[in-house]
Design a protein around this ligand. Sequence first.
Ligand code: WT7
Length: 630
Amino acid sequence: MQITSFEDYKKQYQKSVEQPELFWSEIAQHFTWHKPWEKVVEWDFKIPAVKWFIKAALNITENCIDRHLKDNANKTAFIFEPNNPNEDAQKITYAQLSEQVNKLANALKKMGIKKNDKVCIYLPMIPDAIYAMLACARIGAIHTVVFGGFSAKSLTDRINDCECKLVITSDGSYRGSKTIPMKDTVDEALQYCKSVAHVLVTKRTGQSINMLNSRDIYWDTIVPQQSNTCAPEYVDSEHPLFILYTSGSTGKPKGVVHTTGGYMVYTAYTFLNVFQFKHSNIFWCTADIGWVTGHSYVVYAPLLNAATSVVFEGTPAYPNPSRFWQIIDKHNVSHFYTAPTAIRSLMSSGLDYITPYKLNSIQVLGSVGEPINEEAWHWYNKHVGKERCPIVDTWWQTETGGIMISPIAAITPTKPGYATLPLPGIQPILVDEKGNELYGSNIEGNLCIKFPWPGMIRTTYGDHERCRTTYFATYANLYFTGDGCKRDKDNYYRITGRVDDVINVSGHRIGTAELESAINTHPSIVESAVVAFPHDIKGQGIYAYCVVLESNRQKYEQITKEILKTITKEIGPIAKPDKIQLVTNLPKTRSGKIMRRILRKIAEGEISNLGDTSTLLDPLIVNEIIAGRK
Ligand code: WT7
């Protein structure tokens, strides 16, 4: 399964294109299947309908846990590093993981959770969160993890969209120097959710919370007394494993559905190859399990490879910006996978925080979530990798399940800012606006994928048509990524960023339409338009132009404060705009369409080059907006 050289990569790649069924079936044979597949793949991007390992049956937790118990029962699966550096780290072996997951799976059954039921997980980065995901998978329930930074309103929307029966949460969570009330947020969210019968509450901070008698159950009153064996529920290869909500170009987040067999094979394969993982490595992916990176490279892929990995509860700058480097030295981390935004923010704290650390255990560095700028790439290479570690710039998406375009560590020659080459099985193409394929090198276009891969999105929950229109209808017979991309003279790929109305803030996707509808709930706001602008740390910042009622124009301070509060309530603090400008109107065409191109240029500070504004309904508004630029 593991690629051994650049020549081997090319050979494997060619095989995956010429004989995809043979290629993937050979990889899939490395896993434990309860029943083998009858056919490797069936697909039709028009519908879309994609199936992998057809009619096979399996349980992913058997592959993540049980099959390692023979040789690796006492190997550490997770090293839990708490938020507070003075609290002891905790090692969880595969045997202990098995016990915890089985007990919790039995507890879920006790609470009435069955195959196909949806379970919402709203937890901090603690081992219980991982047990929760795996316990769902153990019994064929479908987990939907909601990032702890989302508001009660966002939580309500997600729980209702997929009708969760159970919510698993904690009393509170630690985040840097703050304590965050998780259970209170769940209580608020559940006022508007009919489907939830129970809330399972684990204790993390010990803060006081309200427990609703028949609904809420403390973890320690039901889980520890369960049996530590729970027979795995074998599910069809295409049985949904999880739903993960992500923003798009419309106002409502969509529930990306991933299924079991293909996702398992794909995440495990990409982990093993991209990172060139070896049995003794200590892997650390800093992502929260609320995002797909956490699902794939904190939980599933490392476990599928019997790896040891670090689970970190805290944040990069608490108690100071040495925290990451201190953890790397403390646990001898060999593979470190983080986001460019974290690198830039630590870079800006100065070298004094990093030079005292040896970092000599590091072998491979990874980057994910957004384009990595050259300055950050060089800093990462020099100060973290000490110029001896390959950097894998991994391009992928919530919808792709796993890494798609990336160097293979120490095998693919790297180039700063380039995700380089597609992994075996991935057939990227660039197209122009009309969908014509752009051939050759030194070209730029929209990035599409023309052949299915096992980890790809199957549907958007409850609305298959939305899946079709978002990803498969822009260009016939292609999966459209929403990203712009260049292919250079070496046929290397460089992702240039989203071409749709999605902003990438610190590696997190935020739809402008979602932001605008949140802002527009403020009673003084008539209308709004949100665009991105380049931000030194976050990659992209959020710039909001808000049309405010005439009577309120003078109250800038008060209204902006209220807008920030509104967004925190409607979406969560991660979506707060960096700049808010109150305006009397927006630049619109005669047909009423907002000219975002102009707003983007103004936000970027490119005011000398606004293009033709004569077709605007009110060309003068542009001058007013420029004059009031933030
Ligand atoms: C979008 C997907 C992949 C998990 C984290 C984000 C951008 C992601 C890279 C990269 C340039 C990247 C793309 C993509 N992106 N990785 N290495 N270089 N851009 O998942 O929230 O689904 O966002 O993140 O624009 O479409 P996501």
